[in-house]
Design a protein around this ligand. Structure first.
Ligand SMILES: [Zn+2]
Length: 466
């Protein structure tokens, strides 16, 4: 029997003990050693000039490329192969490296571990792939601390909260059996000072229990999957349930759609902060109170690629596929890693009213897995605007064929089936021509196994990155 199954069968007090013990372990791992110094250093870098960052990034990149080309089996072999074929280009220049498909890393993660990390204890993180099989990422204690220090600085200290205060997490860990119909739907983690709420149990009839526990623990901040927190917020508003004062809600793992933001800010009456980052440790970004997303240049380098023209984009106003080079994780370097997100280049010119000079970064405008295939062979990302202004809390678009779609929606107040169907048919029609659309109202949209919301399912487009 695996550990999760044993855990699931424990009575609640033992779950608390078990989770807390795990929390103490994680706390020592993440926040031990020189953690506090790393946080202060990160905060100092927030006001660095562009020139300071350029120098810093160039040096870090040079070290990482040299390290990757000479000590990582996958890259070393690939450069040896190129040399055999007479290719004399230098590995010291990032532009000479090929794009690395996510699938390559997913299939053979071991090939990306540096020889210099052999014998060293490495921790494994897995990315929550929406496509099923997760990617294993190996990392050392040092990289983990560095990443958590950046998070402490930029997703907590920027908002005058810190990890020593009680906080709430609404995430996809299966802390409670999925079929459990009685509270508690949370578990107190003493080691992390965290109350962890299950995203899988939020329903109209359970909402009151969630809110009672917020009052019991009074967390200063919440870290949430925005789709789940927005649904909780919706039920709270419908039932007139008041939350205790929360200073900030930090969203991660999913896109924070405008509708989610609206519901959360109505129900909790506090700033809602979007963040971007990933377990691959390649690149991260987070919003400040001005609503500007700031890129964290100390995590990695962002390039943007146009897969149709097969060239890199230099214009900060044009979206394309992200190609990321991590600067943190020397145990498993990812060079020009295509993670399937679609976004823009950072803007180094933007002057933010918050006073920080970290470049602004437009929000991720989708994932290539969410591209809708059209009859004339285009691939479109339209989910961000599809439900704008409509009385829809959450929608999932399913493409069965080129012109056959279904939309499952969780209706908001003032929902009218015919009006919404008509409007979405018009909107889809603008992009796709005439389509056959079915609109289904549901209470709940099925989550993927990680507890994340899937905005789009295609039965016909299985694009892999070129
Ligand atoms: Zn700012």
């Amino acid at each position: 029997m695996d550990k999760t199954k044993i855990y699931q069968q424990l009575p609640h007090p033992l779950k608390t003990l078990s989770v807390s013990a795990w929390g103490f372990y994680l706390s020592a791992l993440r926040y031990g050693g020189d953690f506090n110094r790393l946080v202060e250093e990160a905060l100092e870098r927030d006001t660095w000039s562009k020139e300071q960052w350029e120098t810093w990034q160039q040096e870090a990149l040079a070290r990482m490329l040299q390290h990757a080309a000479t000590t990582v089996p996958y890259y070393r072999r690939s450069w040896e192969e190129r040399r055999r074929k007479g290719d004399k280009t230098s590995w010291e220049i990032l532009a000479n490296w090929p794009i690395l498909e996510k699938e390559k890393v997913r299939e053979h993660p071991q090939l990306f571990i540096s020889d210099s990390s052999k014998g060293k204890h490495l921790f494994v993180d897995h990315t929550g792939g929406t496509t099923g099989k997760p990617t294993m990422i190996y990392e050392s204690r040092e990289s983990i601390r560095q990443m958590y220090a950046l998070h402490e600085a930029r997703t907590r200290r920027w908002f005058n909260v810190d990890r020593h205060q009680r906080w709430g997490m609404l995430g996809g860990q299966k802390i409670i059996p999925l079929d459990q119909t009685q509270p508690p739907y949370w578990v107190w983690n003493r080691g992390l000072n965290q109350v962890y709420f299950s995203v899988f149990h939020i329903k109209p009839e359970t909402t009151k229990h969630y809110v009672d526990v917020l009052w019991k623990y009074r967390p200063t901040h919440l870290v949430v999957y925005p789709s789940a927190c927005a649904i909780l917020a919706k039920f709270m508003l419908e039932q007139g349930l008041q939350a205790p004062e929360i200073k900030v809600i930090i969203c991660n793992s999913e896109s924070t759609l405008p509708k989610y933001r609206e519901l959360m800010s109505k129900a909790f009456n506090c700033p809602i902060i979007d963040t971007y980052g990933m377990a691959e440790m390649c690149v991260a970004a987070s919003e400040c109170l001005e609503g500007i997303q700031h890129y964290w240049p100390d995590t990695g380098i962002i390039e943007v690629y146009d897969p149709h023209r097969q060239e890199f984009i230099n214009d900060i106003g044009s979206p394309g596929d992200y190609v990321l080079t991590g600067l943190l994780n020397r145990d498993m370097p990812l060079i020009r890693y295509a993670n399937h997100d679609i976004g823009y280049l950072p803007d180094w010119q933007h002057k933010c009213a918050c006073g920080r000079s970290l470049p602004s970064l437009a929000s991720i405008s989708g994932r290539s897995n969410d591209l809708i295939l059209t009859k004339d062979g285009r691939e479109l990302y339209i989910l961000d605007t599809l439900y704008n202004g409509l009385p829809v809390v959450e929608g999932q678009l399913i493409q069965y064929s080129m012109d056959e779609f279904e939309i499952k929606v969780i209706p908001d107040e003032a929902f009218s089936h015919d009006a919404v169907l008509e409007e979405i048919t018009v909107r889809l029609g603008q992009y796709l021509g005439e389509v056959d659309l079915k609109l289904t109202e549901v209470d709940e949209i099925e989550k993927n196994p990680n507890g994340k919301f899937k905005p789009f399912i295609s039965m016909i487009n299985n694009r892999t990155y070129q």
